[in-house]
Design a protein around this ligand. Sequence first.
Ligand code: NAD
Length: 311
Amino acid sequence: MEYRRLGRTDLQLSVIGFGAAPLGGEYGTIDMAEAERAVHKAIDEGITFFDTAPYYGRTASEERLGKMLNGRRHQVVLATKIGRYDKASFDFSAARVRSSVDESLQRLKTDHIDLITTHDIEFGDREQVINETLPTLREIQKQGKVRYVGISGLPLRILADVAVRGAVDNVLSYCHYNLLLRDLDTYLTPVVKQHGIGLISASPLHMGVLTAQGAPPWHPAPESVKAAGQKVVELLEQNGIYPAIAALRFALNHPYVSSTLVGMLTTLEVETNLKALDFRLSDSLLKEIDQLVAPVKDLTWPSGRPENSDA
Ligand code: NAD
């Protein structure tokens, strides 16, 4: 496993990070014993960065991960979030931030969170995030309950703006750097890099689109993107390449991203995704993929308040 420092923090993240959204049941039913084996297999193989949130499974992901990490908490870098609690339930107020961190500490059975992320900030009031949410997290940081503070969301411009004005340690972006989209580097990467802010990129499989199984029913991408994703999957399979391996390898090649978070539920997924470390995606195949994707390149979907959109 390769490890990269996150921005100016002292956190060393495994380049493949373990996304625990599926552990909350976001992608369908779970074989819990197998999921626990997957968590342990990941740690054994050096995947030591774990990301969860109260939102995933409406606290179930945190609860389960907390149990599964029993006795191994010290071996991992643990990230969770505040601010989003359900599909349409957000609260970025100081009081809720404080209670949320305490509840997460209990569910995760730990006395500190390594990275706390303000979840999907485009659904909030941007000035409240800067003037209330982030300063509250800095107070909590002084108490030792969290080590570093960050933000996440889908639109890129608000992430760049709040990252700088809110002086965060890290930005978590998702579905903006994978075989289907590359626009992470248009708005966000140059800004965070210039300020020494960390960058984590999530969803290298475009939340399931780049798998043989395809997207889950709730997936918000336009149908044309899902169809293009399936064409990419077919092309890779025709070339004898397992799609997740190529997709993850592509994401891992980003020069500034410290860790790419991929959601995993089984030991087979962990073992398969580890193969990305030694895989090389040829330029000619990448060119073919780019041609397939060209009609829908960088096509995303609306998320959050209209004033926070990239448009
Ligand atoms: P993803 O692109 O990582 O896809 C996950 C899906 O792919 C799951 O169904 C998983 O079982 C499947 N999968 C993984 N490896 C596979 C393999 N080898 N073969 C076949 N299928 C495989 O999407 P994600 O899980 O949503 O994103 C990764 C993580 O990033 C999340 O779990 C979460 O921790 C984080 N995230 C954060 C935000 C945010 O803060 N707003 C948004 C999205 C993701």
